[in-house]
Design a protein around this ligand. Sequence first.
Ligand code: FMN
Length: 164
Amino acid sequence: MTQRGVLALVACAAPPVLRIGELIGLLQEDGWTVCLTATPTAATWIDREALARQTGYPVRVEWRLPGEPEPHPPADVVAVVPATFNVINKWALGINDTLALGILNEALGAGVPVFAFPNLKARLAAHPTYRGNLAILRETGVVVTPMSVESSWTSISMRLKSSG
Ligand SMILES: Cc1cc2nc3c(=O)[nH]c(=O)nc-3n(C[C@H](O)[C@H](O)[C@H](O)COP(=O)(O)O)c2cc1C
């Protein structure tokens, strides 16, 4: 099996996160080492212990304490799946008030491929600030692929494989 490296997977509080374990299984079959970080809200929707067993790494939510080692290895690729309206807007503005946002913000300066898969209603997607913020992220090099009801985990894993 091809070893693809470490994928830092950031998960936000939108319904597809309830099935994030399925995506992780597919990514592992593709050869990724998956390290999961959840937003504080997403963390209340998922089974962190089961996902930690599945990935072999703690599911991170909180910042580490100063002096504590990094619980996850350095990422070769970063992906946010599903990405919420909230996280896309905060990320584009450089707001850094959760670990999930910290990972996404640092990824923009890390020289690694970064992917975002927003999952939101058309009404929210039409918000003028959202559209501008998505454009900022795209200009920075983030590969943005909106999720839809037809989106499959397979299409996401194919997209991530295109990173290298
Ligand atoms: C049942 C339910 C479904 C939701 N679906 C979405 C969604 O598809 N997309 C989205 O951006 N927000 C959705 N939200 C709202 C987010 O959960 C909310 O904005 C939250 O603050 C996002 O937190 P996070 O971005 O830190 O993960 C949903 C909320 C609930 C309760």
